[in-house]
Design a protein. Structure first.
Length: 184
């Protein structure tokens, strides 16, 4: 006499073996991880300090870096060629963040339309290189605005150019805020 297992018995045995393999408690959900920050080499260090534009030393910037955001503000230039430590009200400022997409942000400035009306303008900016003595920024060299202080709806895309900012020599007795921390 041949013995064959009934389909119900086989399915029941499979179900029991599956239950025996289940853990006694549900798995703990894991927190979503943030994507890694991708920035150019040397840009993880504290970049705070005073910088001047390599092509035009009359442009001085004060940089403040909290480890995530780098803010640069154009400083007021005195008639004697010196620099005021207070930022010029309404001056050009840059705010850049260390992100998974790079060291990116915006430049904020005041432009003037054809009739001479001051207009706030912003345009994308990114930090492309850092070393102990300079920062390299990529941004547009100019932007157009219409009478309503808006970018034109058509026309050529603004061309991006690189600007190098060189770290100013620290004042005697002043700490160098841009010195990398140990281990960075």
């Amino acid at each position: 006499m041949s013995r064959t297992a009934s389909p119900a018995l086989v399915l029941g045995a499979l179900a029991l073996s599956g239950l025996a393999a289940c853990p006694s408690h549900p798995p703990t959900p894991t927190a979503p991880t943030e994507p890694p920050v991708r920035i150019p080499p040397g840009c993880a260090q504290n970049l705070s300090g005073e910088y001047h534009h390599a092509a035009n030393a009359a442009f001085h910037y004060l940089a403040q870096d909290d480890g995530r955001t780098l803010s640069l503000t154009l400083l007021r230039t005195r008639a004697d060629g010196g620099v005021e430590q207070a930022p010029d009200p309404g001056a050009i400022s840059l705010v850049l963040n260390r992100t998974p997409d790079g060291f990116r942000g915006q430049t904020h400035a005041t432009g003037f339309n054809v009739s001479g009306t001051p207009c706030p303008v912003t345009f994308p900016t990114e930090l492309t290189a850092c070393d102990s003595g300079s920062l390299t920024l990529r941004t547009v060299s100019s932007t157009a605005i219409d009478e309503a202080c808006q970018p034109p709806s058509s026309g050529p895309m603004p061309q991006r150019v690189e600007h190098v900012l060189r770290r100013a020599a620290p004042s005697p007795g002043a700490p160098d805020a841009g010195t990398p921390d140990a281990g960075t």
